[in-house]
Design a protein around this ligand. Structure first.
Ligand code: 5GP
Ligand code: ZN
Length: 137
């Protein structure tokens, strides 16, 4: 499965170079060209799925297993102090490349960029309603 206009599909096909850290039948792991920190890498499935909604559950599970393996390996090699794993879906969530990918971001004690948000306030009633609405039945 390939999307002709997708930059990550072109990377998977070898038409655009990448600094590859790992590759198997289903996935490629490569350095991000615009790293948030030293060693920032991306896990991408070789087949084109635009986001988590399209990604088959089985591949989602395998991607997380690979993330654990890569995070462990990268932490040892880089001697980083922490690690973010994150994944954006949709423009509103900050996704810019519409081929599913997981960010692997090593973090350093002396680094000052953090993924932070301001805690919002919702009333107890709104929170109760949300919990009721979102509960998986
Ligand atoms: P998103 O914002 O969609 O979650 O993340 C897209 C990521 O892909 C960005 O961090 C960006 O730096 C990275 N990226 C965009 N184009 C390329 C490319 O051609 N090669 C690599 N290795 N990374 C890319
Ligand atoms: Zn693609």
């Amino acid at each position: 499965m390939r999307d002709e206009n997708c930059i990550f599909c072109k990377i998977v096909a070898g038409e655009i170079p990448s600094r590859t850290l790992f590759e198997d039948e289903d996935f490629k792991v490569m350095l991000d060209v615009g790293p948030a920190a030293k060693g920032h890498a991306l896990i991408i499935p070789k087949a084109h799925y635009s986001d988590i909604y399209e990604l088959p559950s089985e591949l989602a599970g395998e991607a997380l297993k690979l993330a654990k393996r890569m995070a462990t390996h990268m932490t040892t090699v880089l001697n980083c102090d922490g690690f973010n794993i994150l994944q954006n879906n949709g423009v509103a969530a900050g996704q810019t490349v519409f081929h599913y990918h997981m960010h692997l971001i090593p973090r350093y004690a002396d680094g000052n960029e953090m993924i932070l948000w301001e805690a919002k306030q919702f009333s107890a009633e709104e929170m109760d309603d949300l919990a009721e609405k979102l509960a998986v039945k």
